[in-house]
Design a protein around this ligand. Structure first.
Ligand SMILES: C[S@@+](CC[C@H](N)C(=O)[O-])C[C@H]1O[C@@H](n2cnc3c(N)ncnc32)[C@H](O)[C@@H]1O
Length: 255
C-alpha cells in the first residue's frame, strides 16, 4: 500500500488517515484505531468521548502538522507511549516515558496489585518501612507503591543498571513528590550483591520488588519492532534462558 494521502481536515478524516498510515506498515487494525485516537487526544487535548462527538471539527494547521509528525513516527513503529511522552500507570495519572527506558506494561500493574494485596489489612507496624527495587526503569512500581503507602513513610532504594532509567526514575519521583523517599543508584545489581562497589550491601529490607529482564536469547529475535527497535535490550534480555538476573535476585534474597 502506498503512503495514504495526508489531505485531512476534520477529526473523522484525520482518524481515517492515522489508521490507514499504520495499516500500511503492518499494524493490526484494532491497535491502529486505538493508537490513532490516543495521538488525536494528545494533539487536540480532548478526551476520547469528546473526539467521537466532534467528528466534524476542523484541525488547525498546527494540529495537522503535529499529527503528521506523530504519524510519521508511528510509521516507523515507534511506540505511541514514547510519542506522547507520558502514560498512566496504576494509581499514577501520568508517568513520564522516554526512549529507550522500558514502557511499563499492564502486567507490571498486576505486580503492583499483587504486592499491595500481600499487605492488605496489615497493622501499621507490619507494613514495609524499607523496600528495594531492582531495575526501576521509569520508577513505575516503586512510585506506585510509595504513593499508596505514603502514610506509612515507606522508603525505597532502587538499583538501576542504565543511566537513562536512573534519570527518568528521578524525574518521575519528583513529579509525584516522592524524591525524599525514593533513592536511585546507578549500579549493576550483580556487582552490588558481590559487594564489589563502594556501596554497602548489608542493609536489610522488608520488601524486595523487581520486574527483571526475562526474555531468553531465542525470543529476543522475534520481538515486535515497537519493542526491539525502541526499548533498551538491557531491560528485556535475561540471558540464554531468561533467568540470569532472576536467579541473582533470588540468591541475594536467600529464598
Ligand atoms: C523489565 S525492565 C523493568 C522496568 C520497570 N521496573 C517496569 O516494570 O516497567 C528491567 C529493568 O532492569 C534494569 N536492569 C537490567 N539488568 C540490571 C542489573 N543487572 N542491575 C540493575 N538493573 C538492571 C533495566 O535497565 C530495566 O530498567
Amino acid at each position: 500500500m502506498d503512503h495514504p494521502s495526508d489531505d485531512f481536515r476534520t477529526i473523522a478524516e484525520a482518524r481515517a488517515y492515522g489508521i490507514a498510515c499504520q495499516l500500511a506498515v503492518g499494524v493490526e487494525e484494532s491497535e491502529a484505531e486505538s493508537t490513532t485516537e490516543i495521538l488525536l487526544e494528545e494533539v487536540l487535548e480532548l478526551k476520547r468521548a469528546e473526539l467521537r462527538r466532534r467528528r466534524d471539527t476542523l484541525l488547525s494547521a498546527a494540529q495537522r502538522e503535529t499529527l503528521r509528525g506523530f504519524l510519521e513516527r508511528r510509521r516507523s513503529r515507534e511506540p505511541v507511549q514514547y510519542i506522547v511522552g507520558h502514560w498512566p500507570f496504576y494509581n499514577l495519572e501520568k508517568l513520564l516515558v522516554r526512549r529507550p527506558t522500558l514502557i511499563p506494561r499492564p502486567e507490571t500493574e498486576e505486580l503492583v496489585e499483587l504486592v499491595l494485596r500481600q499487605f492488605e489489612g496489615a497493622a501499621a507496624d507490619r507494613m514495609p518501612k524499607r523496600m528495594m527495587e531492582i531495575g526501576p526503569g521509569t520508577g513505575a512500581i516503586s512510585i506506585a507503591l510509595l504513593k499508596q503507602w505514603k502514610k506509612f513513610s515507606t522508603s525505597c532504594l532502587a538499583i538501576e543498571l542504565c543511566d537513562h532509567a536512573v534519570t527518568l526514575t528521578r524525574e518521575n519521583s519528583r513529579l509525584h513528590g516522592l524524591q525524599e523517599s525514593l533513592e536511585v543508584i546507578l549500579c549493576d545489581f550483580r556487582l552490588w550483591v558481590q559487594n564489589s562497589l563502594p556501596i554497602p550491601a548489608q542493609e536489610k529490607f522488608d520488601l524486595l520488588v523487581s520486574n527483571p529482564p526475562y526474555i531468553p536469547s531465542d525470543d529476543m529475535l522475534i520481538l515486535e519492532p515497537e519493542v526491539s527497535d525502541y526499548e533498551d535490550r538491557a531491560a528485556l534480555h535475561g540471558g540464554e534462558d531468561g533467568m540470569d538476573l532472576i536467579l541473582c535476585i533470588l540468591r541475594a534474597a536467600r529464598v
